[in-house]
Design a protein around this ligand. Structure first.
Ligand code: SF4
Length: 334
């Protein structure tokens, strides 16, 4: 059992004692996240083998458009768009249609994997959902693969978006069940889990992951991954906290987010949900600068540089980085 393996035991014991389809116990996963940093290479080897088995050398690139920004009623401590935040951000109810469609064409023309759209807020009226559905219909005509990060939908609203052609919905767990009340009190972890199950029942692909570095313990990270394993999402994004001035987490100490620790978290995600698209989302440029090759050994999905305002330079830098690291980028859009 991995949990019984001491940190000074040989690598072979650790990595050949688990099967091709690992179902790590909680204790085993905790043992892995606590491996000494000088054994990360061993973990990378094991996670890399699964990445290669299920994803080959491909890297999927996603582009994010902020469709609705700011003024959110929820109090997620990390978020600049929350009512609790005084961060200096641009706020608007609908991004200009030109910008949305330009971003969609950018995804199409550059053969990116997914056009992701983020909407701040937790509840939406049917009229608002119909407006979003109209835009989705226009974008789907280009053949792009579309994902929305959107709050709690009613079943009727989810079906409206499904019928418009929306492929995937992002709804993160963000942290563990027990740590969640430390970062948000205006909705519950359970509501998030129920929402994801409802969307799965309706046939949506699910993108669900979390944020690392909000003060949670390593056991919290393992517990979140155990819940994500049960959900079995198509995509599992891991964000590494970027403390934003004006949010309650502005002064969070992120010194524990060393490249070795961040890699351990991503390796664990790969070991626990091996077939998912494991994405290194926010924080990639900060915590993995210069270590992109190691990163892509484990993850097969990233955002194009620039996130909300991608430009030509951003995408060409991203493609160059992928090629330099010895990988190829995925072409999904028609
Ligand atoms: S619900 Fe979303 S937009 Fe609103 S505060 Fe939380 S993370 Fe931010």
């Amino acid at each position: 059992m991995l949990s019984e393996i001491q940190s000074n035991e040989p690598a072979n014991e650790l990595f050949f004692s688990i099967g091709d389809e690992p179902a790590l116990s909680r204790d085993e996963a905790v043992a892995l996240i606590n491996l000494p940093d000088d054994r990360v290479d061993e973990l990378l080897l094991r996670a890399g083998a699964l990445r290669k088995k299920y994803k080959g050398d491909r890297v999927g690139i996603h582009l994010l458009t902020n469709v609705r920004s700011g003024n959110c009623s929820q109090n997620c401590a990390y978020c600049a768009q929350s009512c609790r935040s005084s961060a200096d951000i641009e706020t608007y109810r609908w991004v200009a249609e030109d910008k949305l469609y330009q971003d969609n064409s950018f995804v199409h023309d550059n053969h990116l994997s997914m056009h992701c759209m983020g909407l701040s807020g937790m509840k939406f009226s049917d009229e608002e959902i119909e407006k979003l559905a109209e835009r989705i219909r226009v974008m789907k005509a280009e053949g792009t693969h579309l994902c929305c990060s959107i709050g709690f939908l009613t079943e009727k609203q989810a079906l409206m978006l499904k019928e418009a052609g929306l492929d995937r919905i992002n709804h993160n767990l963000n942290s563990s069940r027990s740590y969640y009340p430390n970062i948000c009190t205006t909705h519950t972890y359970e509501q998030r889990v129920e929402n994801i199950h409802m969307l799965q029942r309706l046939g949506f692909e699910i993108c669900s992951g979390g944020i690392i570095g909000m003060g949670e313990s390593r056991e919290d990270v393992v517990d979140m991954l155990l819940d994500l394993r049960e959900i079995n999402p198509e995509a599992l994004p891991i964000n590494f906290l970027i403390p934003i001035p004006g949010t309650p987490l502005a002064d969070t100490d992120t010194s524990a987010l060393t490249p070795a620790y961040c890699l351990k978290v991503l390796c664990l995600a790969r070991l626990m949900v091996p077939k998912a698209d494991i994405r290194c989302a926010a924080g990639r440029e900060i915590y993995f600068k210069g270590r992109e090759k190691e990163l892509l050994t484990v993850v097969n999905s990233i955002f194009a540089s620039g996130y909300l305002t991608a430009d030509g330079q951003g995408i060409s830098d991203t493609l160059q980085m992928i090629t330099d690291a010895g990988f190829t980028y995925e072409i999904e859009s028609d």
